[in-house]
Design a protein around this ligand. Structure first.
Ligand code: SF4
Ligand SMILES: [Zn+2]
Length: 328
């Protein structure tokens, strides 16, 4: 469900998540807000999904309407987890005034709530009240603050993504989240602009190892080419190729931590892809692994005999910054 209205969420959908060894029903919602205050990341298409509302009272009204719509269309008692996104940061007071956040907390009381935000908005005085509001007497609730760290390498984050925060900022935000009693979900990005496949693979492996100690949940996003982004401009010029699904599986298999990944756009030309013939099998394996943690599933596809494995290995070995991408 995609909506342009400010009276309905931008999108919401039911799904499942692996949590504490159990597959649980999960509702994902993207609230339609005034959007990201940073607004600069090179791969991000969400930054265009902003309402034109400037009045604080109207922002609250719009969010309350969206919440009412959500509650009316999705029986919340069916979901144990709710993942909250906005077109920016859920804990940005300017984007989501606390009156709206309080109503959302009340609606999701007792749930496992995962809410995404940039690092600069993770302060105990914002997180603590929200955490207390979702807590219920049964003790079934939990809060995870989700942050897009993308990579632990500050140079890559600045030059290839333009994210506007450092690894040290992230660590400070983790400290603040924990002080407020919240857990941390870390998003990492495989293959931002300007990296070869080999560099991207190495960057992700290092980032998982370095972000692991600060994270309760790690999720690897596989870069997709979103419309009207800088990534799209380079892609149209033939200067960018999304990552191979081979790389994604190789990373998940070798990580010391369990890493989730939702291969959005997998197998499509704008998304992470292999040769076309084996993509479906890889996408299914990554999705299944994210819900089971069973590495056997990954080993099976890694050992598959598709001829494009040779192509991927060739790219890993020979792609250089001055001759990339070697394939489309
Ligand atoms: S911080 Fe998030 S929402 Fe804002 S531009 Fe970057 S990726 Fe997009
Ligand atoms: Zn293939």
């Amino acid at each position: 469900m995609i909506s342009d209205s400010t009276q309905k969420p931008l999108a919401c959908w039911p799904g499942t998540e692996l949590y504490d060894g159990e597959v649980i029903p999960c509702l994902t919602v993207i609230f339609h807000t005034t959007g990201c205050t940073w607004n600069r990341c090179r791969m991000c298409g969400y930054k265009f999904e902003r309402t034109r509302i400037t009045d604080r009272g109207e922002k609250i009204c719009a969010l309350l309407s969206q919440l009412a719509w959500l509650v009316a269309h999705h029986p919340l008692e069916s979901f144990r987890m709710v993942k909250i996104f906005t077109s920016g940061s859920f804990f940005d007071e300017d984007e989501v005034p606390h009156e709206a956040r309080e109503a959302i907390a009340e609606a999701f009381q007792g749930k496992i709530v995962v809410a995404e935000s940039r690092t600069e908005f993770i302060h105990p005085d914002i997180i603590t009240p929200f955490k207390e509001q979702i807590d219920d007497a049964a003790g079934t609730s939990a809060l995870y603050v989700a942050m897009g760290l993308e990579t632990t390498n500050d140079f890559i984050r600045e030059k290839c993504i333009d994210k506007g925060h450092t690894f040290a900022d992230f660590i400070e935000a983790v400290k603040n989240a924990r002080q407020a009693g919240a857990g941390v979900k870390t998003y990492l990005m495989l293959k931002p602009l300007f990296l070869t496949e080999r560099e991207a693979l190495a960057d992700m492996k290092r980032s998982i190892a370095e972000a692991g100690p600060y994270s309760d949940i790690i999720s690897m996003n596989l870069c997709t080419v979103q419309r009207r982004t800088e990534v799209e401009r380079y892609w149209k010029q033939g200067a960018y190729r999304p990552p191979y699904l081979w790389s994604a599986v190789d990373i998940l298999l070798s990580a010391d931590y369990f890493v989730q990944s939702d291969p959005v756009g997998g197998g499509k030309i704008r998304g992470p892809h292999n040769c076309g013939a084996c993509d479906r099998e890889f996408v299914a394996a990554i999705s299944e692994y994210s819900l089971s943690g069973n590495r056997e599933i990954l080993r099976n596809v890694m050992e598959s005999s598709c001829a494009c494995k040779k192509e991927w290995e060739h790219v890993l070995e020979h792609e250089e910054p001055w001759c990339m991408p070697l394939t489309r």
